[in-house]
Write a protein that binds this ligand. Structure first.
Ligand code: KG4
Ligand code: ZN
Length: 329
């Protein structure tokens, strides 16, 4: 019988990742080589360095994913790769690796949208997502609310007009000299502080769009004013972010009446956000589906999960995949 597993590759930003995923969603391996330490020296991702590092690591990471799963090319029925959105040079490394292997191993290569990959990270939990769903994607590159009447069908409700939440976290942390990426560090400080600096909740009163640059400026002004408590500052910033995210998500739940609320992306790794969601969503009778912690930030397992969905629908692509740096959902 046909092998029931695929090899997925993800290189859209600063993690070189490969995973072996079975048709039933079982992740047999998920290997991630993070470039964070290298980029931290520069205070953010340097695209040229990122692509060189991907080129250096991609074959080793793929090899490691196969050996960890205990499989070889003969056990695979397809390959999957992120084609966008992301950094062009970084995407190109993953796409060339996947197309080369597809040619050599005579396997179909499935093109996967990174954003859709994040949406499918919620399917890697204990139980499948029930649709209709409202999905909040909060990562370093994106902040969007999506209504999914069915699996694989997306209606964009709103997105950020400027920075993503993760980007605001990272920029503020950088100004405070807390290093890169700033999300996890700021979040840990926030857990110990109080929300007492009354930062704005941008666009809270209207619709589904987000804006975080004004909030970022408000935090910067407070920092420049001096004599602030770092933990309280972090707590006040995190509270403002969570308030806005919750207000919009609850608005979408009220309007769309979904069975599930799905929260995915790097910022969904925040314990502060997870706790607020756990406290506020289930009492509404809506199933809260969070990306499992290890699949909230960038990884290849989520790309594999999204690819299986496309394979089931017969969407396998040919060997001539391009990259799509500005691909939308
Ligand atoms: O999904 P992801 O790995 O990459 C993108 O596709 O963008 O998200 C990375 C983002 C970074 O901005 C990082 O600061 C943020 O997620 N992040 C967090 C936490 N862990 C990662 N933000 C807040 N709290 C966290 N614990
Ligand atoms: Zn991502």
């Amino acid at each position: 019988s046909a092998p029931e597993r695929l090899l997925a590759i993800e290189t859209s930003c600063d993690e070189t990742a490969a995973a072996v995923v079975r048709r039933d969603g079982t992740v047999e391996s998920s290997i991630i080589h993070s470039q964070i330490d290298m980029h931290a020296e520069w205070g953010g991702v340097v695209p040229e360095l990122a692509s060189r590092e991907h080129a250096l690591w991609i074959v080793g990471v793929i090899d490691h994913a196969l050996s960890t799963a205990g499989v070889t090319a003969a056990d695979l029925s397809a390959l999957a790769v992120t084609v966008g959105p992301g950094l062009p040079g970084s995407l190109a490394v993953g796409v060339s690796a996947a197309t080369s292997l597809g040619l050599g191993w005579n396997l179909p290569v499935v093109a996967v949208n990174h954003l859709e990959g994040h949406l499918f990270s919620a399917e890697l939990g204990e139980k499948p997502v029930e649709y209709p769903a409202v999905i909040l994607l909060v990562s370093g590159g994106h902040c969007m609310l999506v209504h999914a009447p069915e699996r694989g069908e997306y209606r964009l409700l709103g997105q950020t007009r400027d920075d993503s939440v993760g980007e605001a976290y990272d920029k503020i942390a950088r100004e405070l000299g807390l290093g890169y990426p700033g999300g996890p560090v700021l979040d840990r400080l926030a857990a110990k502080g109080d929300d007492r600096y009354a930062f704005p909740r941008p666009l809270a009163a209207q619709g589904y769009d987000f804006s975080f640059s004004g909030l970022k400026t408000a935090v910067r002004r407070r920092v420049e004013a001096g004599a602030f408590d770092l933990e309280d500052l972090a707590a006040s910033f995190a509270a403002a972010c969570c308030d806005v995210l919750l207000i919009k998500l609850l608005r979408a739940i009220e309007e769309c009446g979904p069975k599930s609320a799905v929260v995915v992306g790097g910022v969904a790794a925040s314990p502060i956000l997870r706790n607020r969601l756990q406290a506020e969503i289930p009492p509404l009778g809506v199933e809260l589906m969070l990306a499992p912690l290890k699949y909230a930030t960038d990884n290849a397992a989520m790309i594999g999960a999204a690819a299986w969905w496309h394979l089931e629908r017969g969407d396998a692509a040919g060997p001539a995949l391009g990259i799509h740096p500005r691909l939308a959902l």
